[in-house]
Design a protein around this ligand. Structure first.
Ligand SMILES: [Zn+2]
Length: 481
């Protein structure tokens, strides 16, 4: 047998006696492979949705076994991210913000992978494994040894990222990273109910501080004292006296220490009790939820994405300002219309671009310097903006009028129904009986208008009706003729 001095590669992962070498060997090799693979795929004309599928199923899956067990090489993860978005937009720069496209469909995104959150989510699964008593892995002994002075799993209570960084300073880089990820996922800065106040951990909790720091008292923890309710005499906020406390737990504690803890918990109560809702249900801790979950990585990914994508989507404001219809937008519903009425990725993607105002109208093309004239392709009078092109333009108003008449004739629309601007534009779902089919017809009509624009032809209802036949199956039971 040859004894390797520097590096070995069991199970497809390089291991080296030098941690840096391990990281570089593993990731550099994969990065090169990914680059080649995406290079091949980029020769095909794939839709955004198609590309996202390629990234997720062919590429990201290849690095799962590298991301999960190794400390992160942030430089390489950054490079992977660049590679993915370069592929997605053909190297022409992002047309839609990253914090929009990574959202779930109903939140206005296309579920593009966010490799940074993906990496964190994979690593967070180690916490579940560590907490799971049924997992008897020997590796836990190493973690136990490292965390011994911190009280083992107690360190997972409720620390924020800053406090975690300070506490984890002397730990191994991998464990340190895992704890920081946990803090990002788990930390709650608000108490929502009396129950959750009473269930607060006294230890490693960024909400309970003495001299500006979270605390951990080993002898208390070893005597089984871990939670706020254990120093409370009467709910919610009458505390035990020192005497009562010592008798109850049969331990002697320093009076100053005891007063310190009580006053830290009182401070927390004072700061947050106004915000408590009376009958708020006690939220299950993330650790409990994770332990129950079969897909803890997905759960973690969802939390991370939600935290990243709280800001409103810019295109929503544009619609508010542009539309005349006084309609209360329910964006979750809006974003789901296309998905609910068709399986065509072409239509779904078109609608996505339409809703996010990224179709290259003449106004946009002039801004980008590709055209000199903003005027509408159809009427050649007004500036060509999305709302004009798909609704306000007099040529288009005529087109819609004919479409409505046709739909009434086929009994798809009722006789005296004139659809509103917001329904025609797919900003809200049609609530009438055939709503789903009507939504699809309006979507196909918008797509048809867009096709006409690229051919510089004015939309006419007859050719639209024959175009609609491509969607015959999805429009059943209606027969378009
Ligand atoms: Zn026009």
């Amino acid at each position: 047998m040859n004894w390797q001095n520097s590096k070995v590669k069991p199970l497809g992962v390089w291991f080296s006696i030098f941690p840096e070498t391990t990281l570089n060997l593993n990731f550099a090799e994969k990065l090169e492979k990914m680059r080649n693979c995406l290079g091949t795929w980029s020769l095909r004309r794939l839709s955004l949705i198609g590309k996202i599928t390629v990234i997720k199923s062919l590429i990201a899956s290849q690095i799962v076994h590298l991301l999960s067990p190794l400390p992160s090489n942030h430089q390489i993860i950054k490079e992977i991210n660049v590679l993915f978005f370069h592929f997605l937009w053909n190297g022409k720069g992002d047309k839609i913000k990253r914090n929009v496209i990574i959202r779930d469909y109903q939140d206005g995104g296309l579920k593009m992978i966010d490799i940074i959150s993906f990496n964190k989510a994979l690593k967070s699964v180690w916490i579940k494994k560590y907490l799971d008593v049924n997992n008897k892995g020997k590796w836990k002994l190493f973690i136990d040894a490292e965390l011994e002075n911190l009280g083992g799993a107690t360190v997972l209570s409720n620390l924020d990222k800053v406090d975690t960084k300070k506490i984890a300073k002397s730990l191994s880089p991998f464990l340190k990273e895992i704890l920081e990820i946990w803090a990002e996922l788990n930390y709650q800065d608000q108490i929502t109910s009396v129950d959750s106040f009473l269930a607060q951990s006294l230890w490693h909790n960024s909400l309970i501080r003495i001299m500006g720091k979270p605390i951990y008292y080993k002898n208390w923890h070893q005597s089984g004292i871990d939670y706020v309710n254990q120093i409370i005499k009467e709910k919610p906020n009458v505390f035990l006296s020192l005497n009562e406390f010592e008798q109850m737990y049969h331990i002697k504690v320093c009076p100053l220490t005891f007063c310190g803890i009580v006053s830290a918990v009182k401070t927390l109560w004072r700061k947050q009790n106004q915000a408590l809702t009376q009958n708020a249900e006690k939220k299950e801790s993330l650790a409990t939820v994770m332990l129950k979950s079969n897909k803890p990585n997905r759960l973690a990914y969802k939390i991370l994405i939600e935290a990243k994508t709280k800001s409103p989507i810019p295109s929503q404001l544009k619609w508010y300002n542009a539309t005349q219809d006084s309609y209360d937008f329910d964006w979750q519903k809006t974003y789901q219309i296309a998905l609910k009425c068709t399986k065509s990725t072409k239509l779904i993607e078109f609608n996505f671009r339409f809703l996010h105002h990224t179709l290259a109208t003449n106004t946009a093309l002039v801004k980008m310097g590709f055209k000199n004239d903003v005027k509408c392709t159809f009427c050649n009078e007004e500036p060509e903006k999305i709302l004009h092109l798909f609704w306000c333009c007099n040529k288009i108003q005529l087109f819609w009028k004919h479409v409505f008449a046709f739909l009434q004739q086929c009994n798809i629309l009722s006789q005296n129904c004139v659809p509103s601007e917001s329904a025609v534009l797919g900003l809200r779902p049609e609530t009438s009986k055939n709503g789903n089919k009507i939504d699809l017809i309006f979507l196909v009509a918008r797509f048809y208008i867009w096709l006409c624009r690229s051919k510089e032809k004015i939309p006419v209802v007859e050719s639209f009706i024959s175009y609609l036949k491509f969607y015959k199956k999805e429009l059943e039971p209606f027969h378009i003729s």
